[in-house]
Design a binder for this molecule. Structure first.
Ligand SMILES: Nc1ccn([C@@H]2O[C@H](COP(=O)(O)OP(=O)(O)OP(=O)(O)O)[C@@H](O)[C@H]2O)c(=O)n1
Ligand SMILES: C[C@](O)(CO)[C@H](O)COP(=O)(O)O
Length: 263
């Protein structure tokens, strides 16, 4: 950890052309190239209690296909060749994480999470390297594939402002009234389900997340803080099996998707 408290990824000067000592006239292409070659740090908010799951432990520690949900998620991120480091935000009372085999991985660092998901992400951003990309992915989404990570990383050329994995809505969407009746049909044109990972420049995301939370904005994903700051993140079509394990029924689905992927 450098004295700044940021993670030191040990990137050489050469890997960051912008740090060369002599003044360099940079073309737009060089700036873009530098932008793309910045380190990618995965941030995993894993400090939730899984109240909607109603299990005997936080849902990220429920077992599917032979290991914890969080273990599956960490395996996907730790094994990806373009992810330099993984920062996991944990609940202060978490006494399970250190029993996971992934806990000792050299590419992994933990921080204390916060009261809400956004606070946990912000805690991790405090130690993310200044000039890096933050790839934020829910601990509760264990079915993420390497191809979807590749797709999102590749989108930085088209969406230098950042982007999210998402899925177009294909059901008719209804809004309910307090009586549990339909009050309206919501137009589903250009309506997408936001997934994770969500990919943004770490320094920018930290600033805008801080500002949005300070302004009392309800931030349920990283993109909503960026949107509040006037940025329009890109939408990258992601797989439907990248589900967030939230309710008991989701466990069987996650098991199915993970078994199918293991074949
Ligand atoms: N204070 C919080 C709350 C949530 N999360 C994480 O954010 C992700 C998505 O949140 P969600 O699915 O809502 O998880 P929980 O908050 O645990 O679930 P619930 O809302 O049912 O309690 C999860 O990986 C969860 O661990 C977090 O890091 N810090
Ligand atoms: C970030 C997210 O997974 C995008 O759909 C979602 O907003 C998380 O919501 P949660 O209530 O914190 O699970």
């Amino acid at each position: 950890m450098s004295e700044l408290g940021h993670l030191d990824l040990g990137l050489s000067e050469q890997s960051n052309p912008g740090s060369q000592s002599e003044p360099v006239m940079q073309t737009e292409l060089q700036r873009q190239a530098e932008h793309i070659t910045q380190a990618v740090v995965a941030i995993v908010p894993a400090a939730g209690i899984g109240s909607r799951m109603g299990a005997d432990r936080p849902k990220q520690y429920l077992e599917v296909c032979g290991q914890s949900i969080l273990g599956h998620t960490l395996d996907k991120l730790l094994s990806h060749p373009h992810i330099s480091h993984v920062i996991v935000a944990l609940h202060p009372n978490d006494n399970i994480f250190n029993t996971l085999p992934q806990a000792a991985h050299p590419k992994l660092t933990t921080v204390l999470g916060g009261g809400e998901r956004a606070d946990s992400v912000l805690a991790a951003l405090q130690i993310a390297p200044e000039h890096s990309w933050a790839l934020v992915h829910d601990a509760a989404r264990p079915c993420l594939t390497a191809t979807d990570i590749d797709k999102l990383l590749a989108s930085r050329v088209q969406f230098p402002q950042g982007a999210i994995l998402a899925m177009p809505v294909c059901d008719t969407m209804k809004r309910a009234n307090k009586q549990g009746e339909i009050s309206a049909t919501v137009c589903r044109d250009n309506l997408w389900h936001a997934l994770t990972p969500q990919l943004f420049q770490a320094a920018q995301l930290k600033d805008y997340l801080n500002a949005a939370l300070a302004a009392g904005v309800v931030v349920t994903d990283e993109a909503s803080a960026m949107e509040w700051a006037g940025i329009s993140p890109g939408l990258v079509s992601g797989r439907a099996d990248n589900i967030k394990v939230t309710h008991p029924d989701d466990l069987g689905l996650a098991e199915l998707f993970l078994m199918r992927a293991a074949k």
